[in-house]
Design a protein around this ligand. Structure first.
Ligand code: AMP
Ligand code: GLY
Length: 423
């Protein structure tokens, strides 16, 4: 089989690594990919939003399966374009990717189908939003309706912050059209868990749980980022939590999409908060998480290509999804200054230390090949992942492995997985 993966982050590297393990796969292409992906796939210089070029490439190379890693092309309808051309593709169509593409849509869906989530109101006028915020309880959360690189969520502690937030999102349009509509949401507290799942339109199969670390600095301080590290499984995702979510959240979400005429095939990523009143959905994503994927896929036992195909064919009920009884931790090595501004182009040394090691992985995010050397090319540069018999061992292994890598302005959090000690 020939497989094409669309995307260029650590997530896509982890997907490519897992696809490469499939006995069915002879050749992997990645558009546009990065320097790490280039070691296992042929990278092609086509951007993830260049749908016509992607479709033409897939036809020309007779690609058997295309996997879309990123949210933007999914929300933009890339799957519809591939299907129109008669190509096999893994991911939700545009009318289903709206589950991630519009927070107002997802909140209305949860409300209509009684799926537990924070109370909210939706506004498409700044004036109305500000009027509502005059008498709200604080803290409160403002969310841009559309995609905003994970930065469209503002936690406002005071009325003044909230008014500024409305201005930023709706009047100054910091995130463009994404802020035409905003969701104003009740502030919740509790531990966060990321749960990824495969969905074939009807059946949903849950992967092992993970926890992300979204803030830039130790102690969950600093700005929100795409994610600075993850661990899996989450010790807080107990059997009771799992049972609750299976009863009220997972299948209910798939059924709700079907009932709306928006059959969902692909990955649903449930961002959950474990509140005092039970688990609630913070958000849905319509794709694998980054860096959740870097700790989930190394623990997955199945041939992932079988699972992708079962999702497309509607036969996921036949798949017995299995994960190793171990743990994994991923520490992101970033460029100092991320997520605001940072320098690029520094040589990365020590990558060879990961060769031929079964329980250590280095997934590339922002890297590129320049004059025969691998150099930094983004905010999040690498995801150093290690497995272990339990979370503590995996964490020790991952931090040990971060020392094997060196580049100028290397920055990481030193407390990834600290919550493990509180479990
Ligand atoms: P989202 O992109 O919706 O997951 O939001 C990004 C982050 O903002 C989440 O991971 C939470 O840490 C935080 N957040 C979002 N919604 C709420 C909420 N209703 N209450 C408290 N924190 C929230
Ligand atoms: N790590 C969070 C995300 O992928 O959205």
């Amino acid at each position: 089989m020939k497989v094409l993966i669309v995307g260029s982050g650590g997530r896509e590297h982890a997907i490519a690594w897992k696809v490469a393990k499939s006995s069915k796969v002879d050749k992997i292409y990645c558009a546009p990919g990065n320097a790490g992906i280039a070691e296992i796939a042929e990278c092609v210089d086509i951007g993830a939003m260049e749908f016509d070029k992607l479709v033409a490439f897939a036809k020309e190379k007779a690609i058997d399966l295309t996997i879309i890693g990123m949210d933007d092309p999914l929300v933009g309808g890339v799957v519809d374009e591939f299907e129109k051309a008669g190509l096999r593709v893994f991911g939700p169509r545009k009318n289903a990717a709206i589950l991630e593409g519009s927070k107002a849509f997802s909140k209305d869906l949860m409300k209509k189908y009684n799926i537990p989530t924070a109370a909210y109101e939706t506004f498409d006028s700044a004036e109305e939003a500000m009027k509502y915020l005059e008498t709200s309880k604080y803290p409160i959360v403002l969310k841009a309706d559309g995609l905003a690189l994970g930065k469209g969520v503002l936690i406002c502690n005071t009325k003044e912050e909230a008014m500024d937030g409305v201005k930023t999102l709706m009047l100054d349009k910091q995130f463009g059209q994404a802020g035409n509509t905003i969701v104003v949401e009740e502030f919740m507290t509790g531990r966060e868990v990321s749960v990824l799942s495969f969905v074939d339109g009807n059946t949903i199969k849950i992967m092992t749980s993970a926890q992300d670390h979204k803030r830039a600095k130790d102690g969950d301080k600093g700005l929100n980022t795409g994610g600075m590290g993850t661990f899996s499984p989450s010790p807080f995702y107990t059997k009771e939590v799992d049972e609750f979510c299976k009863k009220y959240i997972y299948q209910a979400s798939v059924d709700a999409m079907k009932a709306e005429g928006r059959e969902f095939k692909g990955i649903i990523f449930f961002g959950l908060m474990l509140t005092e009143d039970g688990p609630k959905v913070l958000e849905y994503n319509a794709r694998f998480g980054d860096p959740e994927t870097q700790v989930v896929l190394p623990r997955m036992k199945n041939d992932i290509v079988d699972v992708f195909e079962a999702c497309i064919d509607g036969t996921l009920d036949k798949i017995d999804l299995q994960f190793e009884d171990n743990a994994a931790v991923c520490v992101v090595l970033a460029s100092d200054g991320y997520p605001v501004s940072y320098e690029k182009g520094f040589e990365i040394k020590g990558l060879d230390n990961f060769k031929d090691k079964d329980s250590y992985f280095v997934f590339h995010a922002g890297t590129k090949l320049s004059d025969g050397k691998i150099v930094t090319n983004g905010g999040r540069v690498l995801g150093v992942t290690a497995t272990g018999k339990d979370l503590k061992e995996a964490r020790a292994n991952a931090y040990e492995a971060t020392k094997w890598i060196d580049f100028d302005n290397k920055y990481m959090r030193n407390d990834i997985g600290k919550a493990i000690d509180e479990a």
